[in-house]
Design a protein around this ligand. Structure first.
Ligand code: TLP
Length: 350
């Protein structure tokens, strides 16, 4: 059988054998009653890792971000975020659909940052005509900015603007552990300036399901109510939380391998001379790059590679996205490069 190399996302990762074992053995209880010992343990670990008072296990990154926004913004309030933020582009407009929250975007720079001056200019004056600014959202690593890693020096001035205007700050830390590993710091250090942080177990950390939202005890009380509103109160959730515990204990340090593989992939793609890609800008496990030829379209290349067992995405703006993750080894990177090279040769001749 043909081996499939799936670089569409790190969400395609399967649970590790240790996770399946832990799931089988998990002690469970009714988590809506707060009685699932495994969920409680995962939540304590998450709060500790993020340096926050408390944490709540939720179904997905999207639910986590939505809960964080709804907990900090009421109807007619405004949340400021980058125009390439996942919360803006890919979460189905949840804050406005379900919370009547108005979203205001500022430009995301290529490195995933936003300009603190632009954020400050976006804060609304107290005036009857305007929504009330309440919250600023940053994302780290930044998905649509090619897995860009944001340092404290890049995030702090934005949070300082929020503080100056009495706004809260939320971090979409879906891949915060990738950022932490890339920078060689604790995730806690990156989470520290924010009131709330969400992070995912089901991306690079390879757990099958789940994310956590972290913040003050008071925030988590409200988040628990909102999770119930959204239908996300689960019962014997310890079965899936058990995999999350393994993810935090065993799967963080190895993210460095994914980053090295992403860099290797980028270097190999750059050598082909048909892509608009800068390997030195690859900081974590996501590559976003363009096509520097008009001899074929991104969709043609993706389709041709898929026939040879390599999956990746053609995304908006004529770009490609490839994501490295657990289960993708160095040899797979070399095999993937071989498939792309062959496809480029064939399509270029056609
Ligand atoms: N990202 C997914 C999707 O866009 C489908 C991916 O493949 O990268 N924040 C960030 C930064 C994310 O990248 C994602 C998912 C989410 C939040 C949402 O997480 P889920 O998919 O668990 O709702």
């Amino acid at each position: 059988m043909q081996r499939i190399i799936d670089l569409r996302s790190d969400t395609v990762t399967h649970p590790t054998p240790a996770m399946r074992e832990a799931m089988y053995r998990a002690e469970v209880g009714d988590d809506v009653m707060g009685e699932d010992p495994t969920v409680n343990r995962l939540q304590e670990m998450a709060a500790e890792r993020m340096g926050k008072e408390a944490a709540l296990f939720v179904a997905s990154g999207t639910m986590g971000n939505l809960i964080c926004i709804l907990a900090q913004c009421g109807r007619g309030d405004e949340v400021i975020m980058g125009d390439k933020a996942h919360t803006f582009l890919f979460e189905a407009g949840g804050p406005s659909v379900l919370g009547g929250v108005h979203v205001r975007t500022v430009r995301n720079r290529d490195d995933g940052t936003v300009d603190p001056a632009e954020v400050e200019a976006a804060v609304r004056p107290d005036n009857v005509h305007f929504p009330r600014s309440r919250l600023v959202v940053l994302e780290n690593t930044h998905n649509r900015c090619g897995g860009a890693v944001l340092t404290r020096a890049q995030m702090d001035p934005v949070v300082a603007v929020a503080r100056k205007h009495n706004l809260n700050a939320h971090l979409d830390g879906a891949r915060i552990f990738n950022a932490a590993v890339a920078l060689g710091v604790d995730a806690r250090t990156l989470a520290e300036p924010f009131d709330t942080v969400s992070f995912c177990l089901s991306k690079g950390l390879s757990a099958p399901v789940g994310s956590l939202v972290c913040g003050s005890r008071e925030f988590v009380r409200e988040a628990t109510r909102l999770r119930k509103v959204l239908g996300g109160g689960m019962r014997q959730a310890g079965i899936i939380a058990a995999a999350g515990i393994v993810a935090l204990e065993q799967m963080v340090d190895r993210l460095a391998d994914d980053h090295a593989n992403a860099r290797r992939l980028a270097v190999g793609l750059a050598e082909m001379g048909v892509f608009d890609i800068r390997p030195e800008r690859v900081q974590s496990n996501i590559l976003i790059f363009g096509l520097a030829t008009d001899r074929f379209t991104p969709q043609q290349l993706v389709a041709r590679c898929a026939q040879d067992g390599l999956k990746f995405q053609a995304i908006e703006g004529g770009q490609f996205r490839m994501v490295t993750h657990y289960g993708i080894e160095r040899e797979d990177i070399d095999a993937a490069l071989g498939i792309v090279r062959r496809a480029v040769g064939q399509l270029g001749r056609a």
